[in-house]
Design a protein around this ligand. Structure first.
Ligand SMILES: O=C(O)CCC(=O)C(=O)O
Length: 244
């Protein structure tokens, strides 16, 4: 269901750097996406094994990242171009948008590890910044299973220095008094935030896998920082406000 994008959403993005869209997809739609993704993982593993290649999944112990899915699977490519995403990406980025990055982030049950405070811009610096991150709850995400947490207003601080940790880059202290706010999401809901918004996610202490799909959109023509040419090979999502 294409969400209503209100002034309140725009004001929250401006002031806090994030907003929420509840119930964008139904449980049936999320189960269908889950099936498509599971088939993709299985086929891809088989293909890599046959080629004698290494696993494309970057395993950070309890957290499984699988990226570049829409670029390899036409059913997922169709999903990230759905009218819901055309509406959201163009509302916040203007009429011409591309898919910048997409990855599933699955947290294994009964884990201990957090994914640390960071800005998405901290990983690869691009222009124009910020771009838009949509975090889709394939299943319910809450504090028990490691939902994301954001630092409201942190997008206004610009790009912060990041340091390395065994799980990922870190730009904010876990012991700082302000630990932001949790963003629990029901299945099919989306957290929407800027690539400069500082966020993290907690450990999955539940008995099930916590499944999130991170889909990032940019204005057409995104470039690596300081470079003139656009990054090639990005999937076009909208032109003049309409689906491509
Ligand atoms: O899904 C998560 O647990 C965190 C993912 C995240 O922050 C990211 O991909 O930038």
């Amino acid at each position: 269901m294409v969400p209503e994008i209100t002034d309140r959403h725009h004001q929250q993005m401006e002031a806090d750097g994030f907003t929420i869209f509840e119930g964008v997809f139904s449980a049936d739609e999320m189960r269908a996406l889950d099936c498509v993704l599971e088939t993709f993982f299985e086929n891809h593993r088989k293909k890599l094994k046959a080629q004698g290649g290494t696993d494309f999944i970057n395993r950070a112990d309890e957290i499984l990242f699988t990226y570049g899915i829409a670029e390899q699977d036409e059913r997922v490519a169709a999903f990230i171009k759905r009218p819901e995403f055309v509406a959201l990406s163009t509302a916040f980025l203007g009429p011409n948008t591309d898919l910048y990055w997409n990855q599933t982030v699955y947290k294994m049950p009964e884990g201990q590890k957090e994914f640390p405070w960071h800005q998405d811009d901290g990983y690869i610096r691009v222009e124009p910044s910020p771009y838009l991150t949509l975090w889709l709850a394939i299943e319910d995400a809450d504090e028990q299973n490691g939902c994301i947490r954001v630092l409201p207003g942190s997008h206004k601080r610009g790009l912060l220095p990041h340091s390395e940790s065994p799980i990922g880059l870190v730009c904010y202290d876990n012991e700082a008094p302000d630990q932001g706010i949790p963003v629990p999401l029901r299945q099919g809901s989306l957290a929407c935030f800027w690539s400069l918004t500082v966020h993290k996610s907690g450990p999955n202490r539940s008995k099930g896998v916590r499944k999130g799909y991170v889909i990032q959109y940019s204005a057409e023509g995104l470039r690596h920082y300081g470079q003139a040419d656009p990054i090639e090979g990005k999937l076009a999502v909208a032109r003049s406000g309409a689906a491509v």
